[in-house]
Design a protein around this ligand. Structure first.
Ligand SMILES: Nc1nc2c(c(=O)[nH]1)N[C@H]1C(S)=C(S)[C@@H](COP(=O)(O)OP(=O)(O)OC[C@H]3O[C@@H](n4cnc5c(N)ncnc54)[C@H](O)[C@@H]3O)O[C@H]1N2
Ligand code: MOO
Length: 413
């Protein structure tokens, strides 16, 4: 059987970051920058006031105090956005608002609270240091300097920076279009009645949502039965909409494992058994003239979910232009003992991971409580958990209190 690490490496080899496109900055939200962004201008672009008050020559106020205020004539009124202020001379001042350009000649701004607020003349009851309440040109960003590196995700702060340096559009790696298709003759659309031996289809809903949570544009194509010609036709149909295709089901050893049957014939998709539980049967490769990547995940719902977290997420990250790192892991203390069958497969046990401050002293600040139901079909247990306890390939049991590696599943934003 193939190792988990080898399979991650094989699936990552299928994809490259998607070719960049230019988008309006608002639509670029959540995307990954495909260029370094520099500011064409200094920020601020001009010296300006950081307070509402009076632009003065600081030396004029050297002797000012509450008892002996200095009175200055107010020769101008400068709101934000007013570029027309004349220079002020010693002995004069200008009323100025926050963000308004500092008039030439002024060396400080006196906040209005230090004055009587006069509009013809103003009495100032304090001296003021040179440069007080002045925001200097270039004090935030020097002209030509890089403000955002290529490869970062555009969140709220990054959008603010893009707009502040005057960008209207930006080059980003587009969000991958993920098409999710499930297979299985027994499947029925939720909301419709199920007959004997049938089940409601759940994998395609779950994986479409997981791909959306991972920043992709995901489409649920739904499900099809086990007819080989229908599988091939449907894959052909979705090729145009997809940067990557995910399927579930039909990849193990059964007589009707149709995905494996039809794609094995293509010669471009490989089917392997990965040394893990759940998630053993995995297929990966490309299909169609455009060599669209396809990952065929096992049909058991928990197996499909765990396969998505371990293999699909890094692939989607690489397509988005992000480093394809796996989900983060932490060390945690097991709250209960666990067993794992001695089959050379690494187990990923669904568990509730909780922060535990009492463990801080020896560096293990989490506990992991494994779910009671660990079957690959036991989807309800999965929904209660937030982490995967890793039980190494050769380990068959672990006592309560053992320190284990735990994969943290993605949090919802
Ligand atoms: N003889 C062997 N049998 C099986 C092996 C094996 O090595 N030898 N491997 C087992 C493992 S491990 C897994 S995982 C499954 C994977 O099987 P398939 O990928 O072929 O999936 P199916 O047989 O189509 O379905 C498995 C199971 O999951 C249910 N299912 C499938 N699709 C959906 C869906 N979209 N929504 C909800 N539930 C779904 C399906 O009804 C089956 O119960 O094979 C084992 N067998
Ligand atoms: O590996 Mo299967 O994925 O055990 O359930």
């Amino acid at each position: 059987m193939k190792s988990v690490e080898q399979h991650i490496s094989d699936v990552l080899d299928l994809v490259d970051p998607l070719d960049p496109i230019e988008l309006d900055i608002m639509r670029a939200h959540g995307g990954v920058l495909a260029e370094a962004v520099a500011s064409p201008v200094p920020l601020p672009q001009f010296d300006n006031s950081s307070m509402d008050g009076y632009a003065v020559v600081a030396a004029d106020l050297a002797g000012a105090s509450a008892q002996t205020p200095v009175r200055l004539p107010v020769v101008a009124d400068i709101p934000a956005g007013d570029p027309s202020a004349n220079a002020i001379r010693s002995g004069h001042c200008a009323r100025i608002m926050t963000g308004a350009p500092l008039p030439a000649g002024a060396t400080a701004v006196v906040p209005v609270e230090w004055t009587d607020g006069g509009q013809v003349t103003v009495a100032v009851g304090r001296s003021v240091p040179e440069g007080n309440a002045i925001r200097r040109a270039g004090g935030d960003v020097a002209a030509g300097s890089t403000v955002l590196r290529a490869g970062i995700r555009i969140g709220a702060a990054e959008l603010g920076v893009l707009a502040a340096v005057g960008r209207r559009s930006v080059r980003i790696h587009p969000s991958p279009r993920v098409v999710v298709l499930s297979t299985g003759e027994e499947l029925v659309e939720p909301g419709r009645p199920v007959g004997p031996g049938q089940i409601w289809e759940s994998n395609s809903f779950m994986l479409t949502a997981a791909a959306q949570d991972a920043g992709c544009t995901a489409y649920r194509h739904g499900f099809i039965g086990d007819d080989p010609a229908t599988v091939l036709d449907t894959l052909d149909d979705v090729l145009l909409q997809a940067d990557i295709i995910l399927t579930t089901g039909g990849v193990s050893m059964g007589a009707y494992d149709v995905v494996k049957e039809v794609l094995s014939r293509s010669g471009t998709v490989t089917f392997d058994r990965v040394a893990m539980q759940p998630g053993k049967p995995q297929g990966y490769g490309t299909i169609g003239v455009s060599k669209t990547p396809i990952l065929t995940l096992p049909g058991n719902p928990v197996s499909a979910f765990v396969s998505f977290q371990l293999f699909v997420l890094p692939v989607l990250r690489r397509m988005r232009g992000l480093p394809p790192q796996p989900l983060p892991t932490v060390h945690a203390r097991l709250a209960e003992p666990v067993t794992s069958s001695p089959n050379g497969r690494r187990s990923y046990l669904r568990a509730i991971l909780e922060y535990d401050r009492s463990g801080d002293g020896d560096g293990v600040a989490f506990t992991a409580l494994p779910a009671a139901r660990q079957g690959s079909h036991q989807l309800s247990a999965l929904a209660e958990t937030n982490a995967l306890v890793v039980v190494p390939e050769q380990v068959t049991e672990l006592a309560a209190g053992s320190v284990v590696e735990v994969v943290k599943l993605p949090d919802l934003a």
